[in-house]
Each structure stands twice: as structure tokens, then as C-alpha cells.
Design a protein around this ligand. Structure first.
Ligand code: GUN
Length: 296
């Protein structure tokens, strides 16, 4: 079998188009423009690239983008004061503090200072608890993107066996909660899991989010299974730097039913879902109906 390639780039463009059309309606019918504030502390080059990309795509879907670039030596008090201002600003519907923060800043404290209703990353402890108890929350962007792709490919996920590789707060744990919410039987596997290959081989859905280049070979995949590869790893191959996922794409694509490539799979969905979350937050803040198909 050769797997169907799930085109995340094309799907993300569809999500952005849906968001843009809702934004147009919000402006015309309600006189509201959703606004996303992104806070970057310091000059981490990868973070600068992400933040630029987020700002550009925010404007492209018709939203207001507010970028706050702070010096690497910014004090916790000053950062918390900025977050307090953004929490109170009615033109700001989403707040994202780019991670990682410089070491002298307590990320948990900073994230939990964001108004949970504006926490478009879904990292605030309130949103984590709401998701864990099956209540309406803001859902972390990368797992939300994975869920959208899985629903698009399968329709219902009910009764499927899903294995999530990785237990991070940003991807693994919320991904498992979302799959459980869609009535999958969910296993969270990690570096200490026994018989990892056998655990994987039982899965109808494998979500790999471990950050280890090409760790999952094709012979860990059940024939016909769906493979969602969250990994984005830079490695040297034949004297060149290349991007690879957590899955060995060539061997996995030979047995899977469907697979996301790297690049062009999960990656583009993350920012698309950030825009979807900002729109959702804006609708909720204004007591308006939420867009369909853009939330969990
Ligand atoms: N740094 C890397 N990924 C993310 C993300 O999804 N959200 C935030 N805030 N920072 C990140």
C-alpha cells in the first residue's frame, strides 16, 4: 500500500480562508475586528521567525496584529504589567507569549497571568483543566490542527485505537484528551514505555510528537493506519541541512493508509489554528455564535 499524503499546507490554506470569511462577516455585520497580540521576549532567531510569520498571517486573514517585542533582560514585573494591559484591552481577543522565555522568567507564572478567555495557545491551567474535563476551552493549536486533519480524513474517529507518542504539555497530553473526546481508545506512550513497537503496531492512528528524528520506522505501523507526524527536526544529510519528522517517512508511507509529510503536514496547521482560536475567542467575547469546524 502507498499512503495517501495528507496535505497540511493545502488544508491550512482552507482553514485560513474560512477564518478570513468569518472575519469579513464580523467586520461587516458587527463592526468588530479580531485582534491578536504576540509577545516576544529576547532575540531567539527561531522565535523571531515564528512571530513574524504569525503577524503576517494574522493580517492576511483581516485581523489586527499587535507585536510586543521586549528586551531579553525585561523583568517579570514589566512582562506581567504588559499582560495585564492586554487582558484589559477590548481590542485584543487573543494573547500569545512566545516560548521559550529567557531563563530568569517563570513561564508558568507568565502563562497563567493571561486571561484564560484570551489564551489562544490553550496553555493556561484553566484551559488545561477545562479540556481535561471535556468542557469548552481554548485548545492548543498543534493538537487542534492534528484533530482537524484526522476528522477530515476519517469523519468519525469513534472506536479507533490511537497511540500518542510523547507526553508534552503542548502536544502529547492535549492530543490524547482531544482523541479521547472523539471517542478513541487512547494510549500515551513515551521514552519509558515497554514494547513501544508493539504498542504502535496496534494503533489505527499514530501521532508522533517526540522530537527525535525518524524514530518511528515503517514496521511499527499497522498496515492502513493513519500517521500524523508532529516532529520538525533539522538534521545533516549528504552535507545538507534537511527537515525530517519523528517518523521515517519513506518506510512508513509504504504501509500506512494516510500520512502527513514533513515539511507540509502538521506545521502549517499550527498557525492556521492560532488564527481560528483568535476568531473563536473574539466570537465568545462578544457573545456571538462560534465558527463551525474551527474548534474541538
Ligand atoms: N514556541 C514554540 N511553539 C510554540 C507555541 O505553540 N506557542 C508559543 N506560545 N510558543 C511556542
Amino acid at each position: 500500500m502507498t499512503a495517501k499524503v495528507i496535505d497540511g499546507k493545502a488544508f491550512a490554506a482552507e482553514v485560513r480562508a474560512k477564518v478570513a470569511s468569518h472575519v469579513t462577516r464580523l467586520k461587516e455585520e458587527n463592526g468588530i475586528t479580531p485582534g491578536l497580540a504576540v509577545v516576544l521576549v529576547g532575540e531567539d532567531p527561531a522565535s523571531q521567525v515564528y512571530v513574524r510569520s504569525k503577524g503576517k498571517q494574522t493580517v492576511e486573514v483581516g485581523m489586527n496584529s499587535y507585536e510586543h517585542k521586549l528586551d531579553a533582560s525585561t523583568s517579570e514585573a514589566d512582562l506581567l504589567a504588559l499582560i495585564d494591559r492586554l487582558n484589559k484591552d477590548v481590542t485584543v481577543h487573543g494573547i500569545l507569549v512566545q516560548l521559550p522565555l529567557p531563563k530568569h522568567l517563570d513561564s508558568d507564572l507568565v502563562i497563567n497571568a493571561i486571561d484564560p478567555a484570551k489564551d489562544v495557545d490553550g496553555f493556561h491551567i484553566s484551559n488545561v483543566g477545562l479540556l481535561g474535563t471535556g468542557q469548552k476551552s481554548m485548545v492548543p493549536c498543534t493538537p487542534l490542527g492534528c484533530l482537524m486533519m484526522l476528522r477530515d480524513h476519517h469523519g468519525s474517529l469513534a472506536g479507533m485505537d490511537a497511540v500518542v507518542l510523547g507526553r508534552s504539555n503542548i502536544v502529547g497530553k492535549p492530543m490524547a484528551q482531544l482523541l479521547l473526546g472523539d471517542s478513541c481508545t487512547v494510549t500515551i506512550a513515551h521514552s519509558r514505555t515497554k514494547d513501544l513497537a508493539d504498542v504502535c503496531r496496534r494503533a489505527d492512528i499514530v501521532v508522533a510528537a517526540v522530537g527525535r528524528p525518524e524514530m518511528v520506522p515503517g514496521d511499527w505501523i499497522k498496515p492502513g493506519a493513519t500517521v500524523i507526524d508532529v516532529g520538525i527536526n533539522r538534521i545533516e544529510r549528504d552535507g545538507k541541512t534537511v527537515l525530517v519528522g519523528d517518523v521515517d517517512y519513506a518506510s512508513a508511507a509504504a504501509v500506512a493508509g494516510a500520512i502527513t509529510p514533513v515539511p507540509g503536514g502538521v506545521g502549517p496547521m499550527t498557525i492556521a489554528c492560532l488564527l481560528a482560536n483568535t476568531l473563536t475567542a473574539c466570537c465568545r467575547a462578544n457573545g456571538l455564535a462560534e465558527p463551525e469546524g474551527l474548534t474541538a
